[in-house]
Design a protein around this ligand. Sequence first.
Ligand code: ADP
Ligand code: MG
Length: 572
Amino acid sequence: MGERLNILIRRFVDYTNQEQYNKRIQNILSIGINYMTESEHDIALEDTDRIKGHAALVNNVKAAVALAGAVRSTLGPRGLDKMLVEEGGSTIVTNDGVTVLENAKVEHPTAQLLISTSSSQDKSARDGTTTTVLLMAEILQNSLELVRMGIHPTVIINGYRIALEESILELSNISKEISEDISEYAIVSTSLAGKIESSVTSMLTNYAIEAANILSSEEGGEDLERLRVKRLQVGNGGIKDSKLIHGLVLPKSRLDLETLAFSNGGKIAIIDGGLENKKIDMDASIEITGIGSLKEFHNRDLEKIKILVEHLKSFDIDLLIVRDGVADDAITPLKNAGITTYRRLERRDLELLSKMTGANPVRNPLNLKFEDIGNYTKRAEKLISDVKHTTIEGDIGGGMTFVIRGSSPEIRNEMKRAFDDALGVAHRLKRNPSILPGGGATHIHLARHLRIFATSQSGREQLAIEAYAAALEIIPRVLAENCGMDPIDAILSLSAAQNNQLEDGPWIGLDVQSGKNINMIDAGILDPLFVAKHALTGATEAAINVLRIDDVLWAKQEAQTPDWQNELTEED
Ligand code: ADP
Ligand code: MG
């Protein structure tokens, strides 16, 4: 039984989806406990450490707060970087909350829930990951106060649900659309603030917007930006040499240098396999009876290759892309047929080429049909960092490559993460062009709004809504803290500044570069509505899930949270 509980406990943390998650928790509790008598409980839980009720909540909140503490100092453009050192000694230097968390080796179920909430924010909105974590931890921290005052978690949860709903409404109320004053540029560059050297922010922002513009006419979902824009890292060079190239860039040259290096377009076929003869296992398959038999075998192979090349030639293609190898014997016949060949490509490249050119990848070249042939518009080879690279452009929609330069893999990876975020935001903005003020303005406004709204609730939920409002202030507080300002003074002066501004009050935020409270449109510090909405919803729902737990069962054989448990016994 202990083993069974152990498996269930370890698994339930993977569920970020609220319903599944709740069901999982119920399962854990009901399978193990509910249908048993007291004495059975004791036997079942023999191998299990158990933390119940208030202690469980305290333990869970501590885990969340501790983890949030790890990313707190990265928030905002003045946030500091973290250096993550892997067991093998490799390092990552990053300012990105979700990268820190995903690389953290924590096993506490609440901590893991927090990490998966942040990952989900990263996947859906591409930005706002640190914000999500800070909000969730702060909401939980404030819940603890309420529980200590004697308010039942169910009431707190109700209050939080009301507060979330009201907040989402208010976010839409104060949001504005992209316009002449509110440029995409400001929004995308805000998402990059502090993520990367400021000298490349404008370059990355421009490339991200350029790519998003091209993708905006494409059919497809949010993952279009991942599928249609390849990220290619090339060693050497400075990060400023990074470039967005139209078309697919392959880090290789053509198979036969006697074929053409350049083309202004033509027909392309893609083989999702090899152009090789099956390797013959000499021992097992053929009995060599004389000198002639091996030669005869070879001749038969050559004959097969000839038929194959003839078949390819019949489609009038001049570009052949092969995922696996190409037999040496095929090289000359292909050249003679006027076909330039590239071999050993990654499947992702194949897929992108297929989308760009309309060519269908075919496993067996003999099965190739006319409808599988695509068109490309340009092919060229060029040296990048002393390595031959080939660019192929298609005639259908967008297909791009962001060539990332940089002297070390760490620098290139950080550059890649920054570009991913910028493009993710730019791409999603095309579909959701509503904007909110950054610099803590949105959160201060929501807090002020919710405090007034709370008084409309007669029940104890009122207290939960107030606690929720206070939790939202964590964002401006940490932004101020990270630029060396006094967080309490910063929040008070920002609230007053918003209050004193009759029009556009909610748009007054803290510019951490100048330390001033100004209109965020003028400062160009703007966050997309979808990022803020997703962060608030994700953080609230994750916090509610934690509040629901009043029983945590730890398999004894796994010393999963000695730190937090020790702290717990010291204090409670
Ligand atoms: P996240 O992972 O949550 O996106 P970031 O480190 O990217 O965390 O910080 C984002 C926050 O920083 C947003 O609230 C944004 O409004 C704010 N921000 C960006 N630039 C500025 C600035 N110049 N002044 C104040 N706040 C800023
Ligand atoms: Mg960000």
